[in-house]
Every structure is written in structure tokens, then in C-alpha cells.
Write a protein that binds this ligand. Sequence first.
Ligand SMILES: [Zn+2]
Length: 334
Amino acid sequence: MRTLRPISAILLIVLAFSITQVNGQVSHTPLFDGASAFSFLTGQCDFGPRPPGSENLTLCRQYIVETLESFNWTVSLQNFTYKETECANIIATWSGAVNSPIVLGAHYDTRPNATSDHPSNQSIPILGANDGGSGTAVLMELARILPTTDRSKVELVFFDAEDSGQIDGWEWIRGSVHYVSELTSQRITTIEAMVLVDIVGDADLYLPKEGSSTDSLQNVIWSIAANLGYSSTFVDSPGGSVYDDHKPFLDVGIPAVDIIQVPFPSYWHTLEDTPDKCSAESLEIVGEVLEVFVVGYDTENGTFLPDTPYVLYGTLVVIVLVIIIVLYQLKKKR
Ligand SMILES: [Zn+2]
């Protein structure tokens, strides 16, 4: 085997560099701990069912606020009244940061009635371990483990009054509708991404691409999942559209993605939505993907990694370099 000419060697080095740029992503090792997240899921369920306006939800709200504050986040309540029920979104920012480019959301209320259960159970409130508890648990664990240098990129929002739709004349997603109605037009332009996690705790987690989400942002998140080896959970296939807390954001032009298991698990909106259906592993998969997503956000350039044009550019560079090397070698052989 003869040695490479300097020009070939240089080209190969550039080629190798280009490939690492293509796969470059984020060299961050996730810190998200599924077991810790699971303890936040059971911590909520310990209060029992948590429908809007209930004493249980008030106590759970306190628990979430105190937990976030123990991780040094600045927490505020956004109070609102709906159908004479006192509700509150919980908002956490880092050191009171304003205009954080990423909003991460989950609802922390649970459905007041088990409307998909046997008729004799339908007036009983659900525990909502997965529907409500899981997304909230993921955000709480992120609040604990996100590197402090990345925290001001994020605003964490826990929505109230998401899951009472079609009961006593209630509509769905009242918390997120209220939250978005309070955004100034200036603030709307500074939110680069809204990512919602809902029903992400099932032990047999299956996350296709929710149908109404913003494609480009969704592709970024799913490619991060693939790079972490989670493509059997974050499935690259279309899922149904869900009327969920990301919708009000989409309506005002904010790129938004709903990470949600669709079709819903069989125990959805039944008394069977309990912690034993969920797993720490599933929470960890979702949490790690969100963690890498946040850490990978480039505040200076406002870009997410891996960015599609960036990958395309890297691929083009590789193709051109391969052609140059081949032509050069052919020319030498003449
Ligand atoms: Zn629900």
C-alpha cells in the first residue's frame, strides 16, 4: 500500500471533519434519571385524582412549585378563572430569565371523570398517572438536571384545566389557551419552539409523529431520538392529530410539537391509568431527548441541532470531496 499524497491526505482529513459535522449533533451525555422522574410521577399520584379546582390539585401544585424552587428555579402562578373554577398555570424560569426561546409544557391536572371506563365508573375521577402525571414528571426532572448554563433557554409551563373537555360544558386545554392569550406580540416572536409532553409514561411507549405538529421542529426532535438510539420509541411514522396544549401556540404561529402516544393506551381516561402502567425507562427516553434538544439549541444563531440545512450542507460537502478525491486519483493513474 503506497502512502497518500499530501493533497489526498488533506482532503481525507477535511472529509472526516465534514462527516463528524454531519453527525455532529450534541456531544452532551444525558443526565436525565428515569427513576427520579418516576418518583415525581408517583409524588403527584400520592395526592389522588387532581381535577381542576380540587383540594388535591392545590396540594399537588404546591408540591410542584416547592420542588422547582428547591432546584432554584423562579416560579410563578398564572391564575385564571374558568366556569367559576379557580385555576393556575405554573411557570418556571431560570433566574427570572425573560424571552426564553424554548417553552416546554405539560398539563398537571387530571380528568374529573373516567369517561372511557365502564359506565358504572364514569363519574369517578381518574388518577392520571400517565395522562397528566408523566409529562409533568418529565419536566420536573428536567428542572433538576438541566445544566445550569442551559436553563435560561427554557421556560417550563405546567398547564391547568387541560383535561375536562366535554364534562359539564367544559372545553379542553383551557390552561394553554389562557397562557397564549396573555403573550404579548413581542413575546410570541421570541418563542422559537414549544414542545409539549403528554401521555409519555407508558411502559410500552410508542410515539409516532403527531399530525398537527410543526414538521421541521418535529424532525429535529425525532432525529435527536434516533441519534440516541430511540427510534423504536420515537417512531418515524405519522400519528393522528391531537387537540392538545400545543394548539394555541400553533394558532399564533409558534412552531410547536406534541410528543404524545397515539393511539392512546387502552386505559386512557379510565380508573386504570395508574403508576404500574408506566415505567422509569419510558420517562428517561423522553427526558433524554428533550435534554439533548435543549442543550443543542444554539442561542447565538437561534438554530437547533441537527438542523436540516446544516445536515444537507454537510452531505453536499462530503459528496463534492469524494468526487474530487476520485478524480484526483484517476488523473494520477494516467
Ligand atoms: Zn386526557
